[in-house]
Design a protein around this ligand. Structure first.
Ligand SMILES: [Fe+2]
Length: 336
């Protein structure tokens, strides 16, 4: 570990003075696949050592295991969710985080200390493996009455997202997505996963059809490019859908019933991390045809890519043992 360790130690010094540049320099150092790197945070008596392993080299048959956590918050249930994820024998290598992190805005004056306590709480996993964050509505923290007029400020100051890389300051998001989707080489990258906070196919009472505007805009692209699976949070419960689409519906015509569509993604809502707002228990009845499984329990998901043809999804409830799968399904890749 000699040379790498030396670089890391130097990085620790840089981090103090130029945070943004130091992250970029750090990324340039980490060029080895499948390698464990050790790093230190702090100075002198406060030094604490962590480690993480870089991903394997990209290839169509490289197995990789993602954890799926959404709407975690920082309660007793949040702690159970994270513990179940850590002790799940399926061993997630990276967390795809589905939005709504600290719930600071549910506390008086948007208590920003909650952002820091969330960081300390998740450190036991996030210091050792990547967590890929997507933003939820609770991250907005727009509170002019408290003098906070910049949306997402506490979030973006703590969690790096590819904001500049996607041209977000100058490019509308749909333009970025329109150019990004065709770039995915499905021979090299067989599985195309989308994570976003608000689900389009949700049969719970709360947030029902809330994402219609964005669904009407983007769903035709996701069907065209055969996105394999879309993971959502927002709804504080679990739900898994059929492969369905509703691309004929444009809000003003009457074609409002989703239909089975083999080119469409599977939709999975895992907004059941355990936050202080509790579970959403009220469902629309009868259960729509597109909804294959729904249950209001806290838990997390695992998406286990085996090779170019097979991936396995499982849902794990906090009230069960660590190895128990309360729901599961195989996904078969439609490109191979
Ligand atoms: Fe939420």
């Amino acid at each position: 570990m000699g040379p790498v360790w030396d670089n890391m130690t130097k990085m620790g010094v840089v981090v103090e003075s130029v945070p943004e540049n130091s992250v970029i320099q750090l990324l340039h150092i980490l060029v080895q696949f499948n390698t464990t790197y050790y790093y230190v945070v702090g100075i002198g008596n406060t030094e604490r050592q962590f480690w993480f392993t870089t991903p394997p080299e990209v290839g169509p048959d490289v197995p990789y295991t993602f954890g799926l956590i959404g709407d975690l918050g920082q309660t007793f249930d949040s702690n159970r969710t994270l513990t179940h994820y850590e002790l799940n024998p399926l061993k997630g290598q990276t967390v795809l985080y589905l939005g709504d992190l600290s719930y600071a805005n549910d506390y008086p004056y948007h208590d920003n200390v909650r952002w820091d306590t969330l960081g300390r709480f998740t450190e036991r996993s996030a210091a050792y493996q990547p967590w890929i964050w997507s933003a939820g509505n609770h991250e907005i923290d727009f509170a002019p009455e408290l003098g906070e007029t910049i949306p997402f400020k506490p979030y973006t100051h703590r969690y790096y997202v590819p904001y500049n890389a996607s041209g977000s300051p100058s490019t509308p998001q749909y333009q970025w997505l329109e150019t990004e989707l065709p770039k995915v080489n499905r021979s090299e990258t067989p599985w195309l996963i989308v994570i976003m906070h608000c689900p389009w196919y949700n049969s719970y009472y709360l947030h029902y059809m809330e994402g219609e505007g964005i669904r009407v805009t983007f769903e035709p692209w996701f069907v065209k490019y055969k996105v394999d699976v879309i993971f959502n949070g927002h709804v504080h419960a679990y739900e898994r859908s059929e492969r369905v689409s509703n691309v004929a519906y444009n809000v003003v015509n009457a074609n409002c019933t989703p239909v089975k569509d083999e080119s469409a993604p599977v939709y999975v809502t895992v907004g059941d991390g355990g936050n202080l707002e509790g579970l959403w228990t009220i469902m629309t009845e009868p259960q729509p045809d597109y909804s294959l499984f729904r249950e209001a329990s806290f838990g997390h998901g695992i998406f286990d890519i085996k090779n170019r043809t097979h991936a396995y999804f499982s849902w794990h409830r906090n009230q069960d043992g660590y190895a128990v799968e309360a729901d599961s399904t195989w996904l078969f890749n439609r490109h191979h």
